[in-house]
Design a protein around this ligand. Structure first.
Ligand code: AMP
Length: 394
């Protein structure tokens, strides 16, 4: 689907390279970075550029300053952490207007291999509106643009889309390159059988994902709270389980159209209260009045494992039950464990399933964990991502 230039396809030596990173890291009340995963994720592209003699100008948003300078959302702590990680000084250009006197002077003074970090791009109100003026200012600093921020790839902002109008080539960094490779290939040219596992709370929020994936997959496993709307479509009772009555007809149509492609749970762990310690039991088929399903049952786990055992590519989005409660995490954990064990390309597509896989300590056993919740959903929906589309074709 996408065939974009990457950092390795272009000459970077001596060039001023503007890199859009995702440094949207959480900070505590004292401004300390509490989770540096996103900084770690950005390192391969930054190190490649430094080692190959580029003048590296980094930019990113952090939080939602809503177009104004908000000191608590300054990227200054990121510059410090980056300096430690790179073992060399990262100059922080502390301009409230992002491309100001500090940034211009810092860039003018750069030698090959130097690194400058600009201030939070969302200090400028133009950023999220993709206004040309700010895009031009950003572009004026650079000879070449690299986008490595997958988390914002589904948005068209100045620092990832607008800027590409004024600085070319615009190429993919390693993080975005990996997302395109895995999510793109998995969905569009997979090694088969391709099995998708969908879960989470709502059918309504995943309709486009279901429709797009049904066209591409060999099997679609549906678990979690969204399964009960499909139960209702099959004429089963669902007790007090999550249910979206307005989507029962839709679920019926999907089941009719998909035939045996859709695989639903055959048993359910149920309780009378939404509470980890509530007494639970397993039922097959109908869920009785006053009871709610909070996890898939043991027979469903076996059924799903059987389907997944032959898979060569698996895409997973959404937990199989209320995995935040340990007593209802079994279905989710067992699927995570199976994906860790099977000989297949396993792709975890954003949000709660990433949390579930990490909670089970299996993150490093998956082929790819997508870093962009919203962006990976839109990828799975078959939508084009503006931040990727804007990059230069090979
Ligand atoms: P989503 O954001 O749509 O992927 O949904 C994730 C949420 O779905 C998690 O917080 C789960 O606790 C929740 N969930 C999964 N299964 C169930 C269920 N059977 N009943 C209620 N909530 C569920």
């Amino acid at each position: 689907m996408y065939n974009k230039l990457t950092v390795e396809d272009v000459e970077v030596k001596g060039k001023r390279v503007l890199v859009r990173c995702d440094f949207n890291v959480p900070l505590d009340a004292e401004g300390n970075i509490t989770d540096e995963n996103r900084i770690v994720g950005a390192m391969p592209t930054i190190e490649y550029l430094v080692n190959n003699g580029a003048k590296v100008i980094l930019c990113s948003h952090m939080g939602k300053p809503k177009g104004e300078p908000v000191p608590s959302l300054s990227l200054a702590p990121v510059a410090e952490r980056l300096s430690e990680k790179l073992g060399k000084k990262v100059v922080f250009a502390a301009d409230d207007n992002v491309v100001g006197e500090n940034a211009k002077a810092a860039v003018a003074a750069m030698n090959d291999g130097d690194v400058v970090l600009l201030q939070n791009t969302r200090y400028r109100k133009e950023e999220t509106k993709n206004v040309d003026e700010f895009s031009q200012e950003l572009a004026s600093l650079a000879d070449l643009f690299v986008n490595d921020a997958f988390g914002t790839a589904h948005r068209a902002h100045c620092s990832n889309v607008g800027v590409t109008k004024y600085v070319q080539p615009a190429v993919a960094g390693y993080l975005i390159g990996k997302e395109i490779d895995y999510l793109g290939n998995a969905v569009n040219s997979p090694v088969r059988p391709l099995v998708a596992v969908l879960g989470g709370s709502k059918v309504s929020s995943k309709i486009s994902v279901i429709e797009n994936l049904l066209k591409k997959v060999d099997k679609l496993i549906i678990g979690g709270g969204m399964a009960y709307t499909f139960f209702a479509a099959q004429g089963k009772t669902t007790g007090t389980s999550l249910l979206e009555p307005d989507y029962i007809d839709y679920a019926k149509k999907m089941l009719d159209a998909a035939g045996d492609k859709i695989v639903l749970p055959v048993d359910t762990v149920i309780t009378e209260k939404f509470d980890n310690d509530a007494p639970a039991k397993v039922v097959e088929g109908d869920i009785p009045d006053g009871w709610m399903g909070l996890d898939i049952g043991p027979k469903s786990i076996e059924l799903f494992k059987g389907v997944l055992a032959d898979a060569k590519t698996v895409v997973w989005n959404g937990p199989m039950g209320v995995f935040e409660m340990p007593n209802f995490a079994k279905g989710t954990n067992e699927i995570a464990q199976l994906l860790a064990d099977i000989d297949a390309t396993t792709i975890i597509g954003g949000g709660d399933s990433v949390a579930a896989v990490n909670q089970a300590g299996l993150g490093d056993k998956m082929s790819h964990i997508s870093t962009g919740g919203g962006a990976s959903m839109e990828f799975l929906e078959g939508k084009e991502l503006p931040g990727v589309v804007a990059l230069t074709d090979k």
